[in-house]
Design a protein around this ligand. Structure first.
Ligand code: NI
Length: 219
């Protein structure tokens, strides 16, 4: 294991999240960004499907895209499909889970400049034990408190399945977690987390893939 991966392995277990720098770089990162741009452009030109999740701001008419669900199944996202099937995120997930892993679901999260809303506090799911299912967020843009970075309550992946999310958030601490383009922020699906709105002029896009042990039964 590389030093950053060793560090992430222990932080993920203790805190429920970690950031691994520069997992995807150069040409692959550029191609994923180009694909993301094309998906957003297609939406803005009117493409709609059940996978293009959007909302409309009060008093405005233009829809705001915030998620492309089932990213790896989009006909115009072949590079994301390859990333879902094999490669650097799989290697990282297997290191962090300590066993063979498979990708379960994928999405692109889009926080459009000026208009993106916050994602409320939640846990992704609690039907698995801590350390069993992890979400890898590959950032396509630099992410910080100004453009909608992730926020976590460290250690909250260890809370009971039915723990109150608002109570956990209030008890804190709440840590904003920035990332650079190409970094992967990994979190246990059980952790209490949220993300901020994007009040900046910069986009904030990430590809999220959930990994589970390879021998986990499909739903
Ligand atoms: Ni989440």
């Amino acid at each position: 294991m590389s030093a950053p991966a060793v560090d992430a392995f222990s932080r993920l277990r203790a805190d429920g999240y970690a950031v691994v720098p520069a997992v995807v770089t150069d040409v692959l990162l550029e191609r994923l960004c180009a694909e993301a741009d094309a998906l957003v452009t297609a939406f803005e030109r009117g493409q709609r499907s059940d996978d293009f999740w959007h909302f409309t701001r009060d008093g405005e008419s233009a829809p705001v895209l915030y998620r492309v669900h089932n990213l790896h199944q989009q006909p115009s996202a072949p590079v994301a499909a390859v990333l879902f099937a094999a490669g650097p995120l799989h290697h990282l997930a297997e290191t962090l889970l300590g066993r063979p892993a498979r990708a379960r679901v994928s999405a692109m999260i889009v926080k459009m400049p000026h208009v993106a809303a916050a994602v409320p506090w939640h846990r992704d799911r609690t039907d698995v034990a801590p350390g069993t299912a992890i979400n890898l967020s590959l950032f396509l843009d630099d992410s910080d408190t100004g453009n909608g970075c992730l926020e976590f309550v460290p250690g909250s992946h260890l809370l009971a399945d039915d723990a109150d999310v608002d109570q956990a958030r209030t008890a804190g601490p709440v840590l904003p977690v920035g990332a650079k383009a190409g970094d992967v922020a990994v979190h246990d699906v059980r952790i209490v987390h949220a993300s901020r709105p994007n009040a900046s002029a910069r986009p904030r896009r990430s590809l999220v893939i959930e990994f589970v042990p390879a021998d986990t039964e499909s739903p």
